[in-house]
Design a binder for this molecule. Structure first.
Ligand SMILES: NC(=O)c1ccc[n+]([C@@H]2O[C@H](COP(=O)([O-])OP(=O)(O)OC[C@H]3O[C@@H](n4cnc5c(N)ncnc54)[C@H](O)[C@@H]3O)[C@@H](O)[C@H]2O)c1
Ligand SMILES: O=c1ccn([C@@H]2O[C@H](COP(=O)(O)OP(=O)(O)O[C@H]3OC[C@@H](O)[C@H](O)[C@H]3O)[C@@H](O)[C@H]2O)c(=O)[nH]1
Length: 387
């Protein structure tokens, strides 16, 4: 089975070793799962945490035992990094601070994590002639051109003013005081550096720009498997509200628009990049689902309905509440208005298309959230508060 797999050009796929940095995170855990269950490849899994991939590391009776090895290390300061990159055929860098609540409150950590800490990875790949797949973000596009048009301009309806294209769209960020953009700016600079390493030194690279990938194991539920005061990304924020039967908080009215793609669809795209280097090298790929666009308010309303279906509880009355971004995220927050990925390049190079509708992906994800967290939340809520 695994040994007879072929690439998009009909050539047999040879087993390779992948150095995956940030393998213990949301995307990393799904990618490791896919690689273990459907391919013959070996993974050197690097991260400071491994909770989300524990089920792959143990027990020793797993059929893939020996093909995934966890190395607990912080890439900021660990001399083992270069050796591990040298041992592998391909490096995938997922490590990052990537929750918006951090961008304006911990801008230095955000910039160091997304730019400075990624530098040695690029350097070691370039010096040792190793292929690199680097995870960037759709946030490098920033705001759409259309957002600067008058509210009633008919041009706002013209895709030329909002669809985001890898090789054409500009990167539009807010002023420096809007520290929200520290993340996007650091990601943009590391993209430019990788691109330049390719142009000047022949680095074989692929850059991935994920557009709001969501699914099980994303971030944490505050007070259960993450800090009580922590603010994860919107899927986990809204899941937390639903589990606790609290209203969902809509930042600045929930008018921003996003396209959400199911993690399992997106991982298919990454596997195609891994196994088709000739088609993926030198490219930047948008990976998202342009058909799943909603405002954040619509997302919240849909999650209320889906959660009621999967939990069997009636939907909350007064299910949402508006909060200002200053109250929710603090000074320096700003937002991307709209994010629709152009799919031309990934379609042409890899023939990839997302499949799962927003309703279906929310149904499977909220079923997971309910099964994983509902009991734990009940216990926390039942505990008397110490006086
Ligand atoms: N999930 C999305 O929709 C999305 C969207 C755009 C971009 N991305 C990018 O994809 C990548 C992965 O995102 P994710 O959603 O899986 O996030 P995540 O936070 O779940 O995963 C990141 C992992 O990197 C690890 N890490 C961070 N710094 C490290 C260090 N110094 N040394 C070792 N490990 C370190 C973390 O412990 C974590 O497990 C990030 O680069 C992110 O910017 C994700
Ligand atoms: O409780 C909440 C949380 C979030 N939101 C809003 O929901 C929208 C989405 O917020 P998320 O936290 O998921 O993050 P964003 O889509 O803004 O950015 C993400 O984009 C791609 C990646 O690079 C990162 O994972 C992250 O920067 C924002 O408009 C935010 O203001 C709420 O209205 N309520």
């Amino acid at each position: 089975m695994a040994s007879s797999r072929v690439d998009l050009d009909g050539n047999p796929i040879k087993p390779i070793t992948i150095c995956m940095i940030g393998a213990g995170g949301f995307i990393g855990s799904h990618l490791c799962e896919k690689l273990m269950t459907e391919t013959p490849h070996t993974v050197l899994a690097l991260d400071v945490y491994n909770d989300k991939i524990k089920h792959l590391l143990e027990p020793e009776t797993n059929p893939w035992h020996g093909r995934i090895n966890f190395h607990r290390l912080n890439i900021k300061h660990d001399s083992r990094l270069e050796g591990l990159i040298k041992m592998a055929d391909l490096t995938i860098n997922l490590a990052a601070i990537c929750t918006p609540a951090d961008y304006n409150t911990r801008p230095l950590d955000t910039i160091y994590s997304n730019f400075i800490d990624a530098l040695p990875v690029v350097k070691y790949c370039s010096e040792n002639n190793k292929r690199l797949i680097h995870f960037s973000t759709c946030e490098v596009y920033g705001k759409t051109i259309g957002s600067f048009l008058p509210k009633d301009s008919p041009l706002r309806k013209d895709p030329a003013y909002y669809v985001l294209k890898e090789d054409e769209s500009p990167c539009i960020f807010g002023s420096i005081e809007k520290q929200r953009w520290s993340y996007a700016c650091a990601k943009q600079l590391i993209e430019r550096l990788i691109y330049a390493e390719g142009a000047e030194n022949g680095l074989e690279f692929t850059i991935v720009r994920p557009f709001n990938w969501i699914g099980p194991r994303m971030d944490f539920i505050p007070g259960i498997d993450g800090p009580s005061e922590g603010v994860p990304r919107v899927l986990a924020c809204f899941s937390n509200n639903l589990l606790r039967k609290e209203p969902l908080k809509l930042v600045d009215g929930g008018q921003s628009q996003r396209t959400f793609v199911y993690i399992k669809d997106a991982i298919e795209a990454v596997l195609l990049m891994i196994e088709n280097p000739a088609r993926a090298n030198g490219h930047i790929f948008n990976v998202g689902n342009p058909n799943n666009e909603v405002t954040v308010r619509q997302l919240g309303e849909m999650m209320v309905k889906v959660y009621s279906k999967v939990s069997g509880d009636p939907p909350l009355e007064n299910a949402t509440v508006d909060v200002s971004s200053k109250e929710f995220y603090g000074e320096g927050y700003d937002d991307s208005d709209k994010r629709i990925p152009d799919m031309t390049i990934i379609n042409r190079q890899l023939g990839w298309n997302p499949k799962t509708s927003l309703w279906d992906l929310l149904e499977s994800t909220l079923t997971y959230q309910h099964r994983t967290y509902a009991e734990a939340i009940k216990k926390v809520i039942a505990k008397p508060v110490a006086s």
